[in-house]
Design a protein around this ligand. Sequence first.
Ligand SMILES: Nc1ncnc2c1ncn2[C@@H]1O[C@H](COP(=O)(O)OP(=O)(O)OP(=O)(O)O)[C@@H](O)[C@H]1O
Length: 268
Amino acid sequence: MTDTTTDGLRVRDLRVVFDGFAAVDGVDLTVPSGDIRFLIGPNGAGKTTLVDAVTGLVRASGSASFAGRELLGRPVHRIARMGIGRTFQTATVFEELSVLQNLDIAAGAGRGPLTMLRRRSSVPENVAEALETIGLADRRDQPAGTLAHGQKQWLEIGMLLVQDVRLLLLDEPVAGMSHEERDATGELLGVVGRGRTIVVIEHDMDFMRAYARSVTVLHGGKVLSEGTVAQVQADPRVQAVYLGEATTDDRAGDGAAAGAAGAAAKEA
Ligand SMILES: Nc1ncnc2c1ncn2[C@@H]1O[C@H](COP(=O)(O)OP(=O)(O)OP(=O)(O)O)[C@@H](O)[C@H]1O
């Protein structure tokens, strides 16, 4: 990874300050195209704020570019139009509309809402492809509100795919999912990641170990460690942060992280 990388996401000296408090405090991050980068770190590390800055939801200084184009200072909708999409911890699908209608709306395709709500015999190619990719083809006419939790998250990812998103930023995509749903989501990341760049904020360390191609650990708004799963788990600074947190923070995800770091320490 060099400083001249223009493909993928390139963040330099990113800083987000809330009332004098630096939630993101000078972060450098390079995520090459095709990478599946997990962003981990204890509560309050600045993970969501970093993603908020990249997607235009909060003001930031420094630089964040995708495919060589600067993102900072642009409004949210323009950043989205540049092929950058995100999901939130709570899926934001239209519950009363069918899976297909949700994808249609996301795809837009210049149709008015009434046209989109009418029954159609043909499904646009990109929508059909997304339905297959997210494994919901046989549920296309089902109201999104009746989908299982995991399926709603996949639908949200599908809604990004039909918008031809090139950079996906996913905020805790497997929170609350069953084992089977987590595995299916991991497989989905592999498929979606072909030719795209994926950043995943995650507390689930088992999921991270199984599906991350690379990992960045944030702590106190700064990058604490970066590398492969094995490298960050073996990093004593990471172990210290997670083991230290475990005594004061009993969130299930961080407990798992502490366990992961602890296990790595024992293995070393
Ligand atoms: N709008 C805001 N105004 C003031 N402080 C904020 C705001 N948003 C976030 N913060 C603070 O910034 C810090 C980083 O928060 P952030 O949500 O980015 O952390 P995180 O790593 O995503 O944590 P978690 O894993 O709990 O989601 C926290 O101390 C948080 O309280």
